[in-house]
Design a protein around this ligand. Structure first.
Ligand code: NAD
Ligand code: DAU
Length: 354
């Protein structure tokens, strides 16, 4: 029986955690197709580099000839599609890459996958799955008393990033509705944990605080996000892949809403303990800076459906997950040094200069 899974974007933050988790649980072979943008890092997968069940392919999901060849060669039983441009601030500075990968790239992938799937014979055809990894940001912004997003909430994406993910979600939905491609879509809240590129709030704050640099908080710091430890997200994806109902979407969240200022203060408190500054507290580094344009005020996820249907709930609390995360960044200086060179420094200088 076909076992191989083709993962796209598996050298990024969530994709690499997903592959490591899968391989450690002794499951099927994995082929990882990744373009290695600034956010992709093959070192994330060092632990399994020599594993015969794992193959890395450097390439673009928009390269249809390459995708076609990989599908023909590996005959995967599922695609888990992480590859995307993922940073909201970068999408505000330049949306083109987001449309190219998140929309055009997803369409190219869907087209090749559809052709491959149509040629499969039973039972492989029925067993096949295309799992699309998406975000809570497609639903827009909530007021303080609004109920959390459920799967039937209408889409209202506010940033170019969110709009590009919403478009890709709609394409996946249409491929199921029109062509009966066996798709699954997951929409998840903010992840944190090992291997997250330090342009995102949590790793940025950990590393800036460690280095005694200012901790930039956009606007008044009262924006709310729901935070989920990355390994919980990966387990949720595995559960949806194994037992999710074809054509359905599943919201994934941590039941853990927090204001940005709270997050930063918690990290500062942990660092005061794990890596104290002489004569000062880390929270003294907090600086309020110009707000993100169109900054969504609040996201919250109603993750009852995945719990009810698939029995998934997050294992990690924010308190346990954030301690592990801070420890990981303190203990992995080589990884940090690797990813914070060149283009990273340029981004930080340009983005935070005014
Ligand atoms: P990331 O930016 O860390 O990684 C993205 C990966 O995709 C990188 O390895 C990059 O090289 C690769 N990639 C980019 N363009 C590509 C292309 N054209 N072809 C092949 N590979 C390409 O992103 P992440 O945070 O790991 O997010 C993964 C997915 O999960 C994304 O689809 C994102 O929208 C979604 N998501 C992320 C979060 C979060 O909090 N990080 C939450 C919900 C959903
Ligand atoms: O909600 C899921 C989404 O979470 C994913 O789809 C995205 O890929 C992922 O990047 C993330 O988007 P956010 O914009 O919520 O994450 P980010 O870490 O960039 O910002 C989190 C919050 O912190 C947000 O309200 C903006 C704020 N922020 C961020 C940075 C980088 C600051 O206040 N200061 C900062 O320097």
């Amino acid at each position: 029986m076909r076992q191989t899974i083709l993962v796209t974007g598996g050298a990024g933050f969530i994709g690499s955690n997903f592959i490591l988790q899968r391989m450690e649980q002794g499951r099927a072979p994995v082929v990882n197709l990744d373009k290695l943008t600034y956010a992709g890092n093959v070192r994330n997968l060092d632990r399994i580099a020599g594993d015969k069940r794992y193959e890395f392919v450097h390439g673009d999901i928009g390269d249809r000839a390459l995708v076609q060849a990989l599908l023909g060669q590996h005959q995967p039983r599922a695609i888990v599609h992480f590859a995307a441009e993922s940073h909201v601030d970068r999408s505000i500075r330049g949306p083109e890459d987001f449309i190219r990968t998140n929309v055009d790239g997803t369409l190219a992938l869907l087209e090749e996958v559809r052709a491959y799937w149509m040629d499969l014979t039973e039972p492989a055809r029925t067993d096949f799955r295309f799992l699309h990894v998406s975000t809570d940001e497609v639903y827009g912004s909530l007021g303080p008393d609004d109920p959390p997003f459920c799967e039937t909430k209408s889409y209202a994406p506010n940033s170019p990033y969110a709009a590009s993910k919403a478009a890709s979600d709609h394409l996946v939905r249409a491929y199921h509705h029109t062509y009966e491609l066996p798709t699954l879509t997951t929409n998840c809240s903010n992840n944190y944990g090992p291997f997250q590129f330090p342009e995102k709030l949590i790793p940025l704050v950990i590393l800036n605080a460690r280095d005694g640099k200012s901790l930039p908080i956009y606007g008044d710091g009262q924006n709310v996000r729901d935070w989920l430890y990355v390994q919980d997200h990966c387990e949720a994806i595995a559960a949806v892949l194994a037992q999710g109902r074809v054509g359905e979407t599943y919201n994934i969240g941590g039941w853990n809403e927090k204001r940005n200022i709270e997050i930063v203060e918690i990290i500062c408190g942990i660092l005061d303990e794990m890596a104290p500054r002489t004569g000062a507290r880390h929270r003294d580094l907090i600086t309020f800076v110009k707000d993100r344009p169109g900054h969504d005020r609040r996201y919250a996820m109603d993750a009852h459906k995945i719990e009810r249907e698939l029995g998934w709930r997050p294992k990690e609390t924010f308190e346990t997950g954030i301690r592990k995360t801070v420890r990981w960044y303190l203990d992995n200086q080589d990884w940090v040094r690797d990813v914070t060179s060149g283009s990273y420094r340029q981004w930080i200088e340009t983005h935070y200069s005014n």
